[in-house]
Design a binder for this molecule. Structure first.
Ligand SMILES: CC(C)(COP(=O)(O)OP(=O)(O)OC[C@H]1O[C@@H](n2cnc3c(N)ncnc32)[C@H](O)[C@@H]1OP(=O)(O)O)[C@@H](O)C(=O)NCCC(=O)NCCS
Length: 150
């Protein structure tokens, strides 16, 4: 399997949460801030992982561990939200784009109508991926939201 190929994480909820926490802990402080829209303390990080219940999760495995993870949350009325992150040392290799495209393809396959992505204004990488996917960009202060119609 290629190092950028995403596959679904079909785990028990405890195992999924453990995998998410392991991944979040391996992100740098700045990547964590980008992922969670601000500084996040260790205990909040653990609470976040331990209360996460994404409807769909994809991971990219490389060097024996998940280096990138995309979470898709169905929020109702045909809409969903995506959050994703790639370990710093593995960024810039196409993993984020592969995960994002896979998440959007899955949302389309499930006949969802749109996907929202929240990000900081300074986050050029995710902005680029949203625009590539046809998303609009709406900014409020330091935060942005992109809606991708499927
Ligand atoms: C956003 C993120 C997932 C992208 O993952 P990645 O594996 O580095 O992305 P890719 O390698 O697929 O690159 C995607 C595009 O973003 C571009 N990019 C990456 N960093 C960039 C930067 N600082 N400025 C401008 N473009 C950037 C890349 O050049 C690439 O475009 P190209 O192929 O046309 O050159 C990753 O940076 C990350 O985990 N960031 C922290 C968490 C986060 O921001 N999550 C999103 C909000 S939920």
């Amino acid at each position: 399997m290629q190092a950028t190929t995403p596959h679904p994480l079909i785990f028990t909820l405890p195992k999924l949460r453990e995998t998410l926490l392991w991944h979040y802990r391996r992100l740098s402080e700045s990547s964590r801030s980008l992922r969670f829209m601000g500084k996040i303390k260790e205990d909040v990080l653990a609470k976040t992982a331990n209360s996460s219940s994404p409807d769909i999760t994809f991971g990219v495995e490389s060097d024996g561990a998940y280096r990138g993870i995309l979470e898709l949350y169905i929020t109702g009325a045909g809409r969903a939200e995506i959050g994703l992150s790639v370990e710093d040392a593995y960024q810039g290799r196409g993993i984020g784009r592969a995960l994002f495209r896979r998440g959007l393809a899955e949302a389309r396959a499930r006949r969802l109508s749109s996907v929202d992505v929240h990000f900081l204004r300074s986050n050029h990488a995710i902005r680029k991926l949203c625009i590539e996917a046809g998303g609009d960009i709406r900014a409020t202060g330091s935060e942005c939201m992109s809606t991708i119609e499927l």
